[in-house]
Ligand binder design. Structure first.
Ligand code: NAD
Ligand code: GLY
Length: 371
């Protein structure tokens, strides 16, 4: 792969901060060139990754800057969602201060969604904001978190409660890195790709189902076009609505109930599994309300099963507890949850106004009792 044969997708962002997502196997060796081109004012680059990803790819990314007139340093943190905290943010920020990185600094966020959100939030806040180049290495990060500018950390009260919008200067995606990703992580990431098919492109959903085995095996020739199509979809949505004032809501399909299942399990249910179950339940909800074409939930279930994802709530779950989390969601209005519903596979049912439908607690409870 040469840099020039990579795919480039333009993303619109507010304040003249439009950026490019560049996609191609082997691009890890070109991160330095891409970063310098996107943020020419940066003199001191700092690559932030978790220990696992740093070990695998940190050297390669640092070397990609070549023997140039910019400095490149590496900072790491322990892998895992439980380290996406204000403490880790503070530690990384203090280490940047120790390194005397100033306003001419820039961050490379290398890794999964945790590194992307955390390092992105460091970049959003350090010296009131320095450039970040997102280099996603998990499927979740490639198809979802690296594009769109949402950054942040978790707190004991919930996920992503403290954060900022900070558009990346560039996103550099090397789908070959998926080869080292554990199969369970690939499966989780593919839940978000399936969501893109379900909300916007039925044909894409069918492609994912057809190639599910090869995708789970991480075969690069199959992973790359899927990652590219998902990024095209996400880029199109966030270009139209960066701050989630309207269309970006459609990306929440499966997430109202998914987040509630995840929280009710005390975060033992992996996010991708929670979203898969949430999508099936929300499709059934749409069918019961007469908004979603009959058979859509079954179609979705078949797709998710092919991706080795669960399609029913975990054993021992408590509908009352899940309902409690649904009703505590920050998007609840007048006591009603707001849920994105499908018209059919590949199309979201418009609400008036917007894209999320108000659902009364008794209707939600009925759905949960029958799940
Ligand atoms: P993660 O970053 O913890 O990565 C999962 C695991 O895979 C980690 O152990 C990591 O070290 C490892 N890993 C990553 N890439 C690897 C590779 N190529 N080879 C081997 N191991 C690799 O989690 P994730 O699933 O990537 O992302 C989840 C996070 O993303 C959550 O915090 C979620 O809130 C966030 N997210 C953010 C957005 C957004 O818009 N900002 C969207 C979706 C998800
Ligand atoms: N992951 C949903 C969003 O980026 O808005």
């Amino acid at each position: 792969m040469t840099r020039t044969s990579a795919t480039r997708i333009a993303v619109r962002a507010s304040g003249g901060r439009d950026y490019e997502v560049v996609i191609g196997s082997g691009l890890l060796d070109h991160v330095g060139v891409e970063a310098r081109e996107a943020a020419p004012g940066v003199r001191h680059w700092v690559v932030i990754a978790d220990h696992t990803v740093d070990e695998l790819y940190g050297d390669r990314v640092s070397r990609s800057f070549g023997a140039s007139d910019v400095s490149v340093r590496r900072l790491t943190f322990p892998a895992g969602e439980r380290h996406k905290t204000r403490d880790t943010w503070a530690s990384l920020t203090d280490r940047l201060l120790d390194l005397a990185v100033g306003r001419d600094g820039g961050i490379v966020a290398l890794g999964g969604g945790v590194a992307g959100d955390l390092a992105g939030f460091v970049a959003a806040t350090y010296m009131r904001g320095i450039p970040v180049v997102q280099v996603p290495t998990s499927i979740v990060a490639m198809v979802d978190s690296a594009v769109g500018g949402k950054t942040g950390v978790d707190t004991p009260l919930g996920k992503n409660l403290v954060g900022a919008f900070h558009a990346p200067a560039r996103v550099v995606v090397d789908p070959a890195t998926v080869e080292t990703l554990p199969r369970a992580q690939r499966s989780e990431g593919l839940a978000e790709a399936a969501k893109h098919g379900a909300i916007i492109d039925d044909g894409y959903a069918r492609e994912i189902r057809l190639h599910a085995g090869a995708l789970l095996d991480g075969r690069p020739s199959v992973v790359e076009p899927v990652v590219r199509r998902s990024i095209e979809i996400k880029a199109e949505v966030v270009s139209q609505d960066e701050r989630e004032g309207g269309l970006r809501e459609v990306l929440n399909f499966g997430h109202t109930l998914g987040h509630a299942f995840e929280a009710a399990s005390d975060y033992r249910l992996p996010h991708g599994h929670a979203v898969a179950v949430g999508m099936v339940c929300e499709a059934r909800l749409g069918e019961s309300l007469g908004l979603t074409a009959p058979g859509t939930a079954d179609e979705l279930r078949t797709l998710l099963e092919a991706l080795e994802l669960p399609v029913a709530p975990p054993a021992g779950w408590d509908p009352a507890s899940v309902l409690g989390f649904v009703q505590a969601d920050k998007k609840v209005r007048d006591g009603k949850a707001r849920v994105v519903l499908l018209e059919c596979m590949g199309r979201v049912a418009p609400a008036a106004p917007g894209w999320a439908h108000p659902v009364a607690p008794n209707v939600m409870r009925e759905l949960l009792d029958s799940a």
